[in-house]
Each structure stands twice: as structure tokens, then as C-alpha cells.
Design a protein around this ligand. Structure first.
Ligand code: ZN
Ligand code: ZN
Ligand code: FE
Length: 758
């Protein structure tokens, strides 16, 4: 029955957000078809466009369900519509992609292989049985294979794999789960998996599995790069892996087959289970079970274990028979992840005994993400695969800014209109390889986005990122953003609260201060606009004797803190006992003369000092090690004596800890008392400097410490503050670029306003 002409409408919709590569067009096709509507849907480089024509009620119903029923991986940012004249129209079609100018659509992140595809993977009757590249519209690689927008197969690294007839039929059938799934393939037309010994396809997985069981370290090409895999229960294999990576004592993550296997290794609550099995499949830091069956070398001395579940078909095949694999990025510890054929030829031979590889190129590298789960929410430690490059909405549209980030855990951030696109994890700057990875990623992201007209970098004069920005700025403005200011701005930005007055607590290891000293225990107030800050309070400064040496040796920080507090270096104190006589003499003369000593207000260094004072750790092999162990000890303590740190002066607190040690109070209780005293002190000082402001934020790497985060948040909420903590970008320097970008955009908007006001 044809509806009366008067009730027929034609309406055009433009949908923006993460709407490409997530099954949006097939969803629109099914929705329109089920409502009996005619019209078309297509991608351009900025959006999905739709035209529907039919009965008014059906068009209204379509409009209602367009955003509400969108596919699970889609993130609709906006839907705009207008009326069109009714046109002759027959059926509903998907039209070829077209390229438009202006704003660009968001690039979707890589997504774990879905349950439907895993079922096919293990179904002997399915034509993709044991096919290592099984994927559909709802899953698979995206960000790491996209070379250009709009997202269509020819613009991906699947371009070299023409569809066979059967796959083409699925691709063109709107009722099929693989309708317009760009990475779609099968054993006849897809990439080929190969193992070092010459085997290919599913047999290559079997051979790789055997090599791992035999104790070898096997490189496995994955989504965003190569992993190194070995048997997590083999002490020799783990030790060999650790030596090749030059990794120190930093824990490795492990991969197991499923949630049940993960529960045998660690305690997992419902929230943690949800994150472990989410489409992003990050490494989740979990409380390790004492009986967990992994070699000591996997996470030496750590009460936590990083666990992740399979997210590619190859992982599922490798773990089909169970087992626990160490899975870590293939690189030496100070270099970026291997991801190219060149890397495979040049860098992998020193790292792995064998390689399980394939011929689908990886366009951009992307490490695994790492999160903790706090009170049901993710606390990102590293934001990369599964999350990058989803944008953060800044709430204000400004010029395109490239913020180059910090020096360690580098990421960068590119703004386009009101959106900030944060890169995947790049790594620690300082090697040529890292700089090259940085430049390649900048070129890739800015090639798909607006060309930056303004740059932002950290104030630190010796950060390589800052000198890179200075070299590349040309005549574009370069904003140098103070480190802790950027931390606070990143927190505001991810909460959509830029421009709101806030008291920001920025605690970390090291950041260059505007007075040339090393900051890191900062309480900053940001007024309306967020692009300026006042240093309202800070930890009392102590000398950092010998820079990096003191960072690697918490015992030296302990002695510096004791001296500043007027506490004698008595041999009964663990940190004093841990130093040799020569070291004590050297340190005494260094602190006496001030030679090679820079004043620091670093909270990270205070955590180091207390860890050594309590005998927890005197020297570290990776960043944050002492603080992590101190937190673990404190978290296990039943109760704690009350200690205080009035006005952010650690002196009285250290004296209290020394008294406690001498009175035989268990160190776990003292560790907890220390955390509580810091939380109390922060709440008091924030209250004192806040004035009428009731918004507080906790940021900086020290707030990866969940115990401190919880205690401080509680104390502030008791005083009536709304407390912001990180959920989108890491509190550590991995989140710095977002804050730099936000400050730069707001600075530019402020300059514009001043010019307009004359
Ligand atoms: Zn799938
Ligand atoms: Zn095929
Ligand atoms: Fe920092």
C-alpha cells in the first residue's frame, strides 16, 4: 500500500562521531529497511550521511532510533537533519564513500575479536575454522590498519588482499554480519600466518605453541606490533626474556585463555572482570593470589599482576590448550615497540628465538593499554590500544594545536575544532627510534586531521620534546606549559570542565618549575579560563642530591629528607644501614656543600624516601617501584597510628615514622599511617587555599597509587569538595599532552578575545 502523498517525507541526516568502521551503515540499512523506508546511506570523510523517504511516522521512528539503537562500538557525537523535497526513490542503498572537506570523522580504535567470530574460529563446520584473521563488522583491527579516511578497504593495509567470491558476497549482503566489514577475509583470500620453521596457517600456531612450551621466547605479530611471548611458568624462559629486554625488575603482563584462568592467578571483582573482557581488552593490574602459578621472575616482589585476555584470533589459538603466557611488547626497554618488516628483520633476532608473523602490514604501532580499576571505574595507567585515538571533547573550539607531551611515557595530542585526539603510547624519549616513532605517528595523525597552526610543549629546557617543538614550530606560536599546570588541565579536559575554577593537586616525580627548581608536590589553583595558574602551596623543598642517582636510590632521598627534618643518620634506621660508610660520607658532603643538589618539592621522591626509611626498598630498577611496594604494604595493614604532616612539611611526619620504627610498630601500619597523613595534609591545605571554590582534582603519577587516591578523595569529599580523578587519560605523564593542548587552545582563544576587544 502506498502512503498518501501528503504524509510522505524525505529527510537527510548527518551523523558524526565514531560512526565508521563500527557497522553503522549496515545498521542504518537494516533500520531503514525494517521501517519500509527508501533512501541511501554513505560515508564521507567527516560523517555518515543518510537520506530516508517514506511515511512520516516511519521517518520519525527512524530519527528516534538512529542514535538510540546505534551499534555497540559506535559513539554518536551529533545528529543533524533537514527536510528535502520528496524524490523518486526505490529501495534503500548504500552508496560509495565520498570525500568531504572540513571536520573529519573519528578513527575507531582496534577492537578485540568478538564472541561470534571466536565461535566460528573453533567450529569445525565453519569455513573460517582456525582462520587466524577471522573478523566481522563488530570486531578486529581499525586504527592500526587505517592509512586514510574515509575508512574503506582500499584505504587500509588490507588493500593488498582482494576479496574472494564468497567473502565478496558476504561483504555486499546487508543481512550478513560481515556486510561492509573492511578487514573481512577467509583462508582463501586473507593474509597468511607463518612461523620461523616454514609452517603456515593454523599449523604455524601449533609450531609456535610447541616452541613456547619448549622454553623459547617467540615473537608474535599482533594488532599494533610484535609481542614477545614465553611460558610464564618457566623461570628460565622468563629470565631469558628479561635479559633480552634489559627490563630490570619491572613486572611483565600475562595472558590466559579466559576469565576462569585469570581468577586462578588473581583476585577479580565484577568491575575488574568487566574491564578484562571489554572490547578494549587492556592489561588490568590485579591483586595477585599468593598461590598464582607463575615464575617469580614475572613480577618479582610485586603484589600485583598485570593480566590480559586474548584479543586476536591468534591469541585464542595459542591459548586453546590453556597455559599462561608472558606477553610483552617486543622492544628493548628504552625503545618503541617493533611493528614493521624492517623491525622484524633487524631488531627481533636479538629479542626472540622464533617469530610467528603474517603479511598484513601494521600502519601505526599501538601498545597494549594498562589500567587499574578503582571503585568501579578505570584508572588508565597507559592509554593505547582499544582507546586511542578516541577524541576528548574540549568544550571549546580553537585553532589546531599539536601538543608534544612529556619525556617519559610520551604521547602527543592533536586538536581539531573542539576535539582533542590523543596518540597511542609512544615511549620514553631519548633514543633515535623513539623520536622516529614519534614523528611517524605525528605525521599519520595530522595527515588525517587539521594541520596544526600552533604547538605546545613542556617548559623543561632539556626535554627532547620541547626542542623538537622549537625546531619544528617555524613561525607558528609555541606555548611552553608548566608540567603540573598541564597535569591539572588534562584532568579538567577529560571531565569536560575546562574553564572552571579548581584546586589541582599535582603530585609526581619530577616536573620543571617556573623558578627553575624541580616541582612535584604542587597544589595549584586555576581560575576561570584554565590557561593560568597560581602555585598556592607545595611540599617543603629538600635537596635532590645528584639528580638521577637519587631517583634510582631511594635511600639517598631518605637521608636528604632526614637531614632536612633535623633527624640524625643513626645506624638503627634501615635507610642509613643500607648505605655504606663511603656513601654516607659522600652524601653528607654533597648535602653540606649543595654541590650537584637541586631543591625539589617532589611527592614521588617523598614516597621513595619513606619506602627506604621503612626498609621496603633502597634502590629501584624501574620508575615508581618503591612507591608501588609501599602502597602494597600499606594496603595490607589492619590499622595505623595517627601521624600528621602539617602544612605539607614532611619533617614532623618523618619524626613520627622514626619514633614508630623505634617503638616496634609494624612497618605496614607505618606505611598506612604515612598515606593517611598525606591525605589529611592535602585536604587541609586544599581547604585553606580554595576560598569559595568547591572543585578539587587529583593528578600526577603519584595518584596511580589507589590507596592514596581513595583516602585523599574521601577526605576532600568530607569537606564538601567535588573531586575529579582520571578516567580517560593517565594521571602520569602519558596524560600530559592533553593538558598542554587544552592550555594552548585556551591561550589562543584568550589572545583572540584580547585582540577583538582592542
Ligand atoms: Zn567479529
Ligand atoms: Zn575470502
Ligand atoms: Fe608528571
Amino acid at each position: 500500500m502506498t502512503p498518501a502523498l501528503s504524509t510522505v517525507l524525505r529527510r537527510r541526516f548527518v551523523v558524526t562521531g565514531v560512526v565508521q568502521g563500527v557497522g553503522f551503515r549496515p545498521f542504518v540499512w537494516r533500520l531503514a529497511t525494517s521501517l519500509g523506508l527508501a533512501g541511501l546511506v554513505g560515508n564521507d570523510s567527516a560523517a555518515v550521511f543518510v537520506e530516508v523517504q517514506g511515511a512520516a511516522a516511519a521517518v520519525d521512528e527512524f530519527a528516534r532510533r538512529l542514535a538510540a539503537d546505534a551499534p555497540p562500538l559506535a559513539q554518536v557525537a551529533s545528529v543533524a537533519w533537514d527536510e528535502l523535497p520528496v524524490a523518486p526513490s526505490d529501495g534503500f542503498v548504500i552508496v560509495p564513500s565520498r570525500v568531504a572537506d572540513g571536520a573529519r570523522t573519528a578513527i575507531p580504535p582496534d577492537v578485540a575479536v568478538c564472541d561470534d567470530c571466536v565461535r566460528e574460529l573453533f567450529d569445525p563446520a565453519d569455513r573460517r575454522h582456525r582462520h587466524p584473521f577471522v573478523t566481522c563488522t563488530n570486531c578486529g583491527p581499525r586504527f592500526t590498519i587505517i592509512r586514510a579516511l574515509p575508512y574503506d578497504r582500499p584505504a587500509t593495509t588490507m588493500a593488498g588482499f582482494p576479496l574472494c567470491d564468497r567473502c565478496a558476497t558476504e561483504y555486499h549482503d546487508p543481512a550478513d554480519r560481515r556486510f561492509h566489514a573492511q578487514p573481512l577475509c577467509c583462508p582463501d583470500c586473507g593474509p597468511t600466518l607463518r612461523f620461523t620453521d616454514g609452517t603456515s596457517g593454523p599449523a604455524a600456531v601449533v609450531a609456535a605453541r610447541q616452541a613456547i612450551t619448549a622454553g623459547q621466547v617467540v615473537a608474535v605479530k599482533g594488532i599494533g606490533g610484535y609481542h614477545l611471548a614465553c611460558d610464564a611458568t618457566s623461570a628460565e624462559a622468563v629470565a631469558s626474556l628479561r635479559a633480552r629486554k634489559a627490563r630490570g625488575g619491572k613486572p611483565f603482563a600475562v595472558m590466559v585463555r579466559d576469565l576462569d584462568a585469570a581468577r586462578a592467578l588473581a583476585e577479580i571483582d565484577d568491575d575488574e572482570a568487566a574491564v578484562l573482557t571489554s572490547p578494549a581488552r587492556p592489561v588490568v593490574l590485579l591483586r595477585r593470589r599468593p598461590e598464582a602459578c607463575v615464575a617469580d621472575g614475572v613480577a618479582p616482589g610485586s603484589p600485583w599482576l598485570g593480566v590480559l585476555l586474548p584479543y586476536t584470533p591468534v591469541h585464542h589459538l595459542l591459548l586453546e590448550g590453556g597455559g599462561t603466557l608472558v606477553l610483552t611488547s617486543a622492544n628493548r626497554s628504552d625503545e618503541p615497540i617493533c611493528f614493521t618488516d624492517d623491525d622484524e628483520a633487524q631488531r627481533l633476532p636479538a629479542l626472540a628465538d622464533a617469530v610467528l608473523t603474517h603479511d598484513r602490514p601494521i600502519h601505526v604501532p599501538c601498545d597494549d593499554s594498562v589500567v587499574r580499576v578503582v571503585d568501579g571505574r578505570e584508572l588508565p595507567i597507559r592509554r593505547s590500544r582499544g582507546y586511542a585515538p578516541l577524541p576528548v571533547e574540549l568544550g571549546a573550539s580553537g585553532p589546531a594545536v599539536l601538543a608534544v607531551g612529556g619525556e617519559l611515557k610520551n604521547t602527543f595530542c592533536l586538536t581539531d575544532g573542539a576535539r582533542a585526539y590523543c596518540s597511542a603510547h609512544i615511549g620514553d624519549m631519548g633514543t633515535l627510534e623513539t623520536l622516529q616513532a614519534f614523528e611517524r605517528s605525528v605525521a599519520q595523525l595530522s595527515g588525517m586531521r587539521a594541520a596544526p597552526v600552533r604547538l605546545a610543549a613542556d617548559l623543561h629546557p632539556s626535554y627532547l620534546t620541547r626542542s623538537w617543538a622549537e625546531r619544528h614550530a617555524g613561525d607558528r606560536p609555541l606555548d611552553l606549559v608548566q608540567h603540573h599546570h598541564a597535569h591539572v588541565a588534562s584532568l579538567l579536559a577529560e571531565h569536560g570542565r575546562l574553564g572552571e575554577p579548581v584546586v589541582g593537586v599535582a603530585f609526581d616525580g619530577t616536573g620543571f618549575g617556573i623558578d627553575g627548581t624541580i616541582w612535584g608536590g604542587e597544589i595549584l589553583t586555576l581560575g576561570a579560563g584554565s590557561h593560568r595558574f597560581t602555585r598556592a602551596a607545595h611540599l617543603a623543598p629538600v635537596p635532590l642530591p645528584g639528580g638521577d642517582v637519587a631517583v634510582r636510590n631511594p635511600r639517598r632521598m631518605a637521608l636528604s629528607h632526614l637531614r632536612a627534618a633535623g633527624i640524625g643518620w643513626d645506624a638503627d634506621l634501615p635507610c642509613v644501614a643500607a648505605c655504606g660508610a663511603a656513601e654516607l660520607r659522600l652524601l653528607a658532603s654533597q648535602l653540606e656543600s649543595g654541590a650537584g643538589c637541586v631543591p625539589t618539592t617532589s611527592m614521588g621522591r617523598l614516597f621513595d624516601a619513606v619506602a627506604s626509611l621503612l626498609g621496603v626498598r633502597h634502590a629501584v630498577t624501574y620508575e615508581g617501584q618503591a612507591a608501588i611496594e609501599l602502597e602494597a604494604l600499606a594496603a595490607a595493614a589492619p590499622l595505623a597510628p595517627a601521624l600528621r604532616m602539617p602544612g605539607l612539611d614532611p619533617g614532623p611526619l618523618l619524626a613520627g615514622l622514626v619514633d614508630g620504627l623505634r617503638a616496634g610498630v609494624p612497618v605496614a601500619g607505618l606505611a598506612l599511617a604515612f598515606h593517611a597523613a598525606v591525605a589529611d595534609a592535602v585536604a587541609e591545605v586544599v581547604e585553606r587555599v580554595a576560598g569559595p571554590v568547591r572543585l578539587a582534582g587529583l593528578t600526577g603519577g603519584v595518584f596511580q597509587n589507589v590507596l592514596l587516591l581513595r583516602l585523599t578523595g574521601q577526605r576532600l569529599r568530607e569537606r564538601g569538595f567535588t573531586v575529579l580523578t582520571h578516567r580517560v587519560v593517565p594521571p602520569n605523564d602519558g596524560g600530559l599532552a592533553l593538558g598542554q593542548a587544552a592550555v594552548s587552545v585556551l591561550t589562543a582563544l584568550d589572545e583572540q578575545r584580547l585582540i577583538e576587544e582592542g
